[in-house]
Ligand binder design. Structure first.
Ligand SMILES: *Cc1c(COP(=O)(O)O)cnc(C)c1O
Length: 455
């Protein structure tokens, strides 16, 4: 195996290995890193995953990308440590070969734990090798911040700072960030998510902060993407016969999760169709239908709030895989192969009203408990099946968060509150520690300098 090199989607930055790409995040030309050629598995190798536990499949898949930057034993230890929770495949009543892939059993009960935990451990290793402590700055509207904070908690050599809009996150989401302490600092910003993001973006380009090594853990980082290809191999090895194509349905916002499936497909996993439904932020289905890309500005506030993305940054990667080029502003510099895109992908937009109706219907018709993101995924899957009958094709529909993260909504629709998993329940008793801040860049800069000095 040779070391995989990552190229920028903007095509002018020099290629980087995984260590470099991970620590830089965004390529210097403003593009996103992606391997130009993907390492491949044979159908026999994929079939062989059926008997192996999740963390071993993670080792097999991710070793193809860590070759040359991380030893085999270190990778095995890292994956065992990161993936110490269940990955259930739940059969759906009335749909013989359809399963829900529940990616909600990690410590923060969203699928973002899969990538954040792997990336944090790998970054921690690289940082200890260089000997220079690193500060990870993250702005969040909820799920990313909690997954990143939890993943970096206790990682030696790294300090994590998470900014969140004080009035826009749920109580459980806030507690997932404020109860950790140690190397994690939570800052409640008296503003909106966009204000938090603007503060973070400015810090990254501030010459006065150049002496503080800063990095980010958002979904433009290739380290957040690669681990998201593993659960597609895992599900297919258990649900499809050797070599048999499978359907995946992935509720999408920034399209990082869906790109995990695209990567798995390029690595040799047979996929019949990738269904990528969205909420009211419908730039992608419109693009697929018309070939013209127009972002949704400003983004629409929908029930599935972790998918409220008006311009999904990972589309630049999808376009690149299909031969086109989209820059960081969303301008299409070269059109992708639309015929191939339409053959491989299906997308529909699901309204809040449909999302609520789907939560109710999934429960009454199939005893399937879904939260708003998973409901968008299930509804998009049904939209697809309407036009193209399954005919016994296996399918996995992803549930990306635990219903207990949305107790009020579920209660309103179904009349009961979902059982709270242990890691979430434990939060209710812990005390919080949190800095508060108005939207004031000078004060934020002061705060970063103080924290760097260890005060
Ligand atoms: C982040 C998130 C999504 C969207 O994932 P993308 O990779 O941004 O498409 C879906 N569901 C939940 C619960 C999330 O937290």
């Amino acid at each position: 195996m040779a070391t995989v090199l990552f190229h920028s989607t903007n095509e002018s930055a020099p290629p980087a290995n995984l260590r470099e790409a991970l620590l830089i995040g965004q390529a210097p030309d403003g593009g996103l890193y992606l391997p130009r050629a993907f390492p491949r598995f044979t159908l026999d190798e994929i079939a062989g995953f059926a008997q192996r536990p999740y963390h071993e499949i993670a080792v097999a898949v991710l070793a193809r990308f860590t070759e040359g930057v991380l030893g085999a034993d270190a990778l095995a230890e890292l994956c065992r440590d990161a993936y110490d929770f269940d990955v259930p495949l739940e059969p759906v009543r009335g749909f013989p070969r359809v399963h829900i892939l529940r990616l909600d059993r990690g410590p923060t009960a969203s699928f973002k734990d899969f990538a954040a935990r792997w990336m944090a451990r790998l970054m921690g290793r690289f940082v200890r090798e260089t000997g220079t402590p690193l500060t990870i700055l993250t702005a969040t509207s909820g799920d990313t911040g909690s997954a990143v904070a939890s993943a970096f908690h206790g990682v030696e050599g790294i300090r994590g700072i998470v900014l969140f809009p004080s009035r826009e996150v749920s109580e459980r989401q806030r507690k997932q960030m404020t109860t950790l302490r140690g190397n994690i600092r939570a800052i409640a910003v008296d503003g909106k998510f966009d204000d938090c993001q603007a503060l973070v973006k400015r810090a990254f380009t501030d010459p006065a902060l150049r002496f503080i090594p800063l990095s980010s853990a958002n979904s433009i980082n290739i380290g957040r993407l690669l681990p998201q290809s593993v659960y597609y191999f895992y599900a297919a090895s258990r649900l499809a016969r050797p070599g048999e194509p499978i359907i995946f349905a992935v509720p999408s916002g920034n399209f990082g999760d869906m790109m995990g499936a695209v990567i798995a497909g390029r690595m040799g996993l047979p996929i019949r169709r990738l269904v990528a439904p969205v909420n009211g932020n419908d730039a992608f289905p419109r693009f697929l239908a018309t070939g013209r890309y127009e972002k949704v500005e400003p983004s629409r506030a929908c029930l599935s709030n972790a998918m409220n993305v008006g311009h999904p940054s990972n589309l630049a990667r999808l376009v690149a895989v299909y031969g086109g080029r989209m820059d960081e502003t969303g301008a299409l510099r070269r059109g992708p192969d639309l015929t191939a895109l339409r053959r491989d992908l299906f997308s529909s937009s699901v309204s809040d009203e449909q999302t609520r109706a789907t939560i109710r219907q999934a429960w009454t018709d199939h005893q399937l408990l879904l939260e708003p993101h998973g409901a968008v995924g299930w509804r998009g899957f049904l939209d697809y099946v309407e036009g193209e009958p399954l005919n016994d094709t296996p399918a996995a529909v992803l549930e990306t968060a635990h219903p207990a993260k949305f107790p009020e909504e579920i209660e309103k629709i179904l009349g009961f509150t979902p059982e709270v998993p242990a890691p979430l329940a434990a939060l209710d008793k812990r005390s919080e520690a949190c800095d508060r801040m108005t939207v004031d860049y000078e004060a934020f800069r002061e705060c970063l300098i103080e924290k760097h000095a260890g005060r």
